[in-house]
Design a protein around this ligand. Structure first.
Ligand code: SAM
Length: 265
């Protein structure tokens, strides 16, 4: 019997994120940016937390690193293994939780997470684990969604319709540099931030929403919850469309994401 107070929340997340495969095409270029920003070098041991379909893990392995990837979703891990095979790289992928990493202290030169650890319910637990498995002098680097950008605001909208259980931190908090500095605390030095653009192709704001409804875990959940309430579902979609419209131009949803890197003391 699990002693994790968020076991049920994570079980729901595991199921909801399983549909993410089509969206990984959009996180693939961002993975290259994060691996470069982190300075992952040949021969280094690298962990990709919340690896999904392995976009960061495969990119780091192709750059010559020895990589492990971890994710809640066994469905996404199967896709990650296929992607590693296609790339001709050997990566050990494991099912697991960033709040309880199955690795010894100081096991990695670099710990990465692209839009992954930000979904753990307890940021302090997640970051403590990521820093625990990092060697002193090693690099932690992650990409997150700023609260004022489209995806950050999408998560805020989803939470208004489907509030998370008590004690679950809002994911877009991880996109705020002041919050990140506070969460990294005095275990790191040389914290640096950098913003990159992400471009998501879509034919219209409603087309983008349809893609999110099929593949983005939190949106999948809210739409399922509203299935028997057509008026409220229509209201959610209208609010979502008004938001996407602000970021939509020339068949692209444009927005920036935040990359953070720091060195463990
Ligand atoms: C937005 S997807 C990002 C996937 C991948 N890193 C990418 O950039 O394409 C979020 C990922 O975080 C994973 N995730 C969510 N909560 C997690 C947790 N507590 N521990 C490990 N992985 C988690 C999900 O299963 C999902 O694969």
């Amino acid at each position: 019997m699990s002693t994790d107070p968020f076991a049920q929340f994570k079980a729901v997340q595991r199921e909801a994120w399983a549909l993410f495969v089509p969206i990984a095409a959009s996180t693939t270029p961002a993975a290259a940016a994060l691996v470069e920003f982190a300075g992952a070098a040949p021969g280094q041991s690298v962990l990709d937390v919340g690896c999904g379909t392995g976009v960061v893990a495969v990119t780091a392995a192709r750059a010559g690193a020895h990589v492990r990837g971890l994710d809640l979703s066994p469905v996404l891990l199967e896709e990650a293994r296929r992607n590693a095979d296609l790339a001709g790289v050997a990566i050990e992928f494991s099912e697991g939780d960033v709040e309880a990493l199955p690795y010894p202290d100081g096991a990695f030169d670099t710990v990465l997470s692209q839009f992954g650890h930000m979904f753990a319910p307890r940021p302090d637990v997640a970051i403590a684990e990521m820093l625990r498995v990092l060697k002193p002098g090693g690099r932690i680097a992650f990409s997150t969604w700023p609260p004022e950008m489209m995806i950050g605001r999408m998560f805020t909208l989803v939470s208004a319709y489907l509030p998370p259980p008590p004690g679950v931190a809002a994911p877009p908090q991880w996109g705020d540099p002041a919050t990140i500095l506070q969460r990294l605390g005095d275990q790191v030095r040389d914290v640096e931030f950098y913003r990159e653009e992400m471009r998501f192709p879509a034919l219209s704001p409603r087309h983008f929403i349809a893609i999110m409804e099929q593949s983005a875990g939190p949106v999948v959940k809210v739409v399922a919850m509203l299935a028997d309430d057509p008026l409220r579902l229509a209201q959610f979609r209208d609010e979502f469309a008004a938001l996407v419209d602000k970021f939509f131009a020339r068949n692209i949803v444009h927005q920036s994401f935040l990359m953070t890197r720091a060195t463990k003391i």
